[in-house]
Design a protein around this ligand. Structure first.
Ligand code: ZN
Length: 323
């Protein structure tokens, strides 16, 4: 497996905020198709990164994580300590390291933190939900001077948000903080995997767009926009529905959390400016005649995250730092 991990150029070497002063940090971002791993130095600088294909099942996931961690730590000296942070989809309990219902990885239940720590000779292992880890990575890699709270909305296979306040992930009491994809806004519309109908995730997510516009060879969103621009009324109707649901997601986040910056990530963001422009237009339309929303300037808070940086893996690493 080590041979599958390909080293990529180090993209970022300056120290980041929230560095761990004592030890190296390894971050592993586990997606449905790939595992991205980084090594941060004690000053927070990005020293190494690698990527390998993801496999399914508890033992395969554990084995792939071990291989990736060993790959980025093999040049560390005998006395160089490191902690490991994992970002993984599904229901994650950071306090115990338990992962449940990571459906795309074939994981029903896995005590990932304890098992991995044991296999790594007692190393500190912290496990986070992948969107929360990405939110922390984005807030750190894209720092600004002004905001103390930022939110990442992830338009991926599903739809969820991660809230970061003063450099810390907000989990809430039971860990469901940010699960905005399962706010049912159209109770008579599409069924959702959660058991409700009309959840935002059934319209606003990348997975939803693939279902709503299925007859494409590649990503559906660029094709949907192209068809709408060529006068296809059905495409225009679907696109309007998707963008409106995304605007609802942004509005919910803004009015519940009031973040200084709303970061947008996930596979749908590869569509780029044509989608962002339409989303900002939809938000502007909602603010028409509403002094409250106009002053809140939701469109002005939106920042797409770069799709070529290991934001999830860096965030996972930073989630493992010790105070
Ligand atoms: Zn749902």
């Amino acid at each position: 497996m080590a041979e599958q991990a390909s080293m990529k150029p180090v993209r970022q070497t300056r120290p980041m905020r929230f560095a761990d002063k004592r030890r190296h940090l390894v971050g592993v971002d586990i997606g449905g198709t790939k595992i991205e791993t980084v090594l941060l130095g004690p000053d927070g600088s990005l020293l190494k990164s690698c990527r390998t294909a993801a496999r399914q099942g508890n033992e395969a996931v554990l084995s792939d994580i071990m291989t990736s961690v060993r790959h980025v730590t093999r040049t560390l000296g005998k006395y160089d300590a490191f902690s490991v942070g994992i970002g993984i989809p599904g229901q994650v309990q950071p306090s115990t390291g338990m992962v449940r219902s990571a459906v795309n990885l074939g994981i029903d239940r896995l005590p990932l933190g304890p098992v991995l720590s044991h296999r790594l000779d007692g190393a500190v292992v912290h496990v986070e939900n992948d969107v929360n880890a990405a939110a922390l990575g984005a807030a750190t890699l894209l720092p600004t001077e002004c905001e103390s709270t930022s939110v990442l909305i992830n338009f991926g296979t599903g739809l969820a948000a991660g809230v970061v306040s003063d450099g810390r992930i907000e989990h809430g009491d039971t860990g469901i903080c940010g699960e905005i994809g399962h706010i049912a806004v159209e109770p008579h519309m599409f069924p959702c995997s959660c058991g409700q109908h009309g959840c935002l995730e059934t319209v606003a997510s990348g997975g939803a767009v693939q279902r709503l516009w299925p007859d494409t060879d590649g990503p559906a969103m660029p094709e949907l926009i192209a068809q709408a621009e060529h006068g296809n009324h059905k495409a225009q109707a679907v696109l309007d529905m998707v963008i409106d649901a995304q605007a609802t997601a942004v509005t919910i986040v803004a009015l519940c959390v009031d973040p200084g910056r709303i970061l947008l990530g996930g596979g749908l963001l590869r569509t780029g400016e044509p989608m962002i422009r339409r989303l900002k237009t939809a938000l502007g339309r909602r603010a028409d005649g509403c002094a409250f929303l106009t002053a809140a300037d939701l469109g002005g808070r939106i920042t797409p995250v770069p799709t070529d940086q290991p934001i999830g893996a860096v965030g996972a690493a930073l989630s493992a730092r010790e105070d």
